[in-house]
Every structure is written in C-alpha cells, then in structure tokens.
Design a binder for this molecule. Sequence first.
Ligand code: EPU
Length: 433
Amino acid sequence: MKQMIIHGGKPLKGDVWIGGAKNSTVSLIPASILSRTPVTLEGVPRISDVDNLTYLLESMDVTCDFKNTTLKIDPTQIQMKPLPAGKIKSLRASYYFMGALLGRFGRAVVGFPGGDDIGPRPIDQHLKGFVALGATVENEDDQIIISAPKDGLHGAHIILAMPSVGATMNIMMASVKAKGQTIIANAAKEPEIIDLATFLNNMGAHVRGAGTDTIRIDGVDQLAAEHPHTIIPDRIEAGTYVALAACIGNGIRIHNIIAEHLDSFLAKIEEMGVVVDTDEDSLYVYPAGDLKMVQVRTEPYPGFATDLQQPITPVLLTAKSGEGVIIDDIYPKRIRHIPGLQAMGANIKVADNIILIHPSPHLHGARVRADEIRAGACLMIAGLMADGTTQIDQADNILRGYDRIDMKLRKLGAEITFKTVPDLRKAVMIDSE
Ligand code: EPU
C-alpha cells in the first residue's frame, strides 16, 4: 500500500504540464487490439491504470513497450485467452475489453469489473448494446461471456437509457467492424468519446457524430493503425490543478489543456471569484482573494463533471461566508472524501445526498484515507492547504489516475513523499473505476 505524506501550508507556485486523459487512455489501450497493425499512442499518462491494462494485453501475447509517454502496442500475435481475474476485479476500465474483444474475435470472456465505491455502477446499457448487435450474453462463475452470432455482429439502432460514457465507447468498439450501420442515440458527448472516434477513424473506421448525442457507425472489414495517435489532455487532472491553485497557489500556470473542455468547471471557479487567464493551450490561476460560496450540481458533459466535484470541494472550504452546496446526481454516493475532510477540521456534512459546506479557514493535518481516486485528489489538496502533516493511506488510488503527481507537486514547491508500506488489512483493493 502507498501512503502519501504531505507537509502542508506552503504556497505553491510555478508551472505544471497536464498529461493525456486517463479516461481516453483506458479505452484506447483495449481498442488497440482492433488494429491488425502495431499501434502507437503518444501522450500516455504515467499512471498505474495504464500498467494494469498493458499487463492484461501482455497476458494475451500482445507486446507493449512504454517509454516516457509513448506506448507501442503490437497486437499482431494476439491470442484469445481468459483475462487474469484479479486484475479485472481491481480495474473498472477492464470492461472495455468486452467491446474490444467482441469487435476483434466475436467473443469476449471477461470477469465482472470491480469498483463499487462511488456507488452502484451497473453495466446494463453496455450489455443491452451488445445484444442489440446480435450478441448473446451469459453469466458464468462471476464471468460475462459475450458471443457474436455465427455470421457476425450486425448494425442496430441503440437508444441508451442514459448517456453512459462506458456504454457509448464499448458499443463503438463492438460495432466498428459489424455489418451495416449502428446508431447510438442518447450517446455520451464527453471529449474522450471524440478521442476514441478519432483513433478508430484514423485506423479506417467510419464513425460520425462523436461529441453529439447521435453517433453513426458504418461497419468496415478491418482496421489498421498507420500513424501515432496523440491522446487529448486530461481535463480532470487540469481541473484538479486549477482547484489546487485556487486553494493554495501563489500564481500557477497549467500547460497542455483544452480550455473548452473545462468550461463548466471554470465558470464555477470564476463565479467564486478566482481569476483565471486562458491562453491557447494554458491557463494561469492568480492567487485567490476573498471567495464566494457557490452551488454545484454535476451533469453529463458539457455540464459540471462528477469527477471534479470532490477536487472543487476544498476551494469551497476557503470561501469567506455562506453555505456551499454540492449535489452529485451522477454518483450520489461519491462522498467518501467527507470523513477525511472532517478529520482535518472542515465544516462539511452530508444530508440526503446533498453535501453542505461552510467556511473552514483552518484545516490541520490528519491521517486520512483515499478510498477512490477523486476522493484522494480532494484530500491531497486539503492536505496541501492544512497546517502540519497529513498522511493519506491507500494513496495508490491517487497514483491510478494522476500522471507523475509526485514530480509535478514537488516542482510547484510542495513537500510531499510517497511511501510503500505493508497493507496490514490484506484486503484486495477495490478501485473506483
Ligand atoms: N449507468 C447505468 N447503467 C449502465 C451504465 C451507466 O445505470 O450500463 C449509470 C451510472 O451508474 C451513472 C451514469 O449512468 O449513474 C453514468 O455512468 P457512465 O457509464 O457514464 O460512467 P462510466 O463510463 O462507468 C466514466 C468515467 C468515470 C466518470 C463517469 C461519468 C471512465 C473509465 N470512467 O465512467 O470516471 O465519473 O464516466 O463521467 O471513463 C474518474 O475518472 O474518477 C471516474 C470515475
């Protein structure tokens, strides 16, 4: 188990560069097996989710070579083998192997993905999509077996019950080589969906409408990568650094961003009174003056991202007066950061899935736990603000999704270390993805 130790209370200053989007990367790596030629991904974040996904690829004889931020994946010798159950259970994004294997082999045998710690995370819409394409879905010994009919998958008109990111991506991967046209209606519109579509189209796929709520996919016979694909910047990592800069920054420039992807988040931050200068591909966050409380409600893109409600919470704690409100309609149970914040002296509580926040000018260090990735990010920001020492247990969850966080924070002047300690609970860690 990793522990993150933070000696807080020091203003941070300088420049930080954002890595490639985790939530693109975790779909692009499985999608690579759809190519009949080697794939090169550039701008790949150095996060443990990537290590776990490449481990799964290697278990199917796909070679992976990850240097700096370039990941070369050679799926030309791929063998259809059962994926290691342990890794599947601890990695939510392993569900993308369902769509990718189905698209490549017409069959996928994948364990139930783990991750229940931000509330229930069903995959009924993913499975509904596969069935509409002609597949059968069976459950056996904690595994899902998805099989295409003998004559292969066929296009279908699929209306999602909600704009699910995972279901949209999984159906795109499964249908990209199906016969005929697939239409995904009420599709998710997140930038990561567009990134996946760009990747597939550059390999010869015919995906139109990604980024709108209707995606049309005309099946093609085969896909072949010819050029490297550069992953879009991580808007959630960028938002986390904006929040950190608003809480404890003394002038921080955040590079490699697409500001439009952060519109709703920046609107909220600016409503609080934080001053942000936006350039073509960077943001400068000025040291904050007196901030106002706000109300935040999460929504599918382009609304305020659920993944940023926890990172923005410490900013609300710095407001001078009033009551702040956060309502997460996408994951109402995403509240596992609250006990840690309370232990650090925050005046925050949950009433009927509504998070109520009061000004908390003096946070102090405490021993807390990162139960999932964004809870970890929230506690990390709070720890950087707090006087004294904060110890975050299960900091592995932060490393799952924040690219080279130790190096980036130290460069901004933070006093932090990550320590490896034995996990005395001997529990299997359940990830949030
Ligand atoms: N949902 C269903 N049935 C389904 C699929 C989704 O009921 O079959 C519900 C979910 O329970 C949720 C809502 O629909 O209430 C949206 O879920 P979605 O499927 O969009 O989420 P996801 O694909 O599982 C991705 C990100 C999450 C992010 C959500 C929402 C990845 C790997 N994960 O999850 O990222 O919170 O979209 O934007 O892309 C994170 O990065 O911290 C993270 C959790």
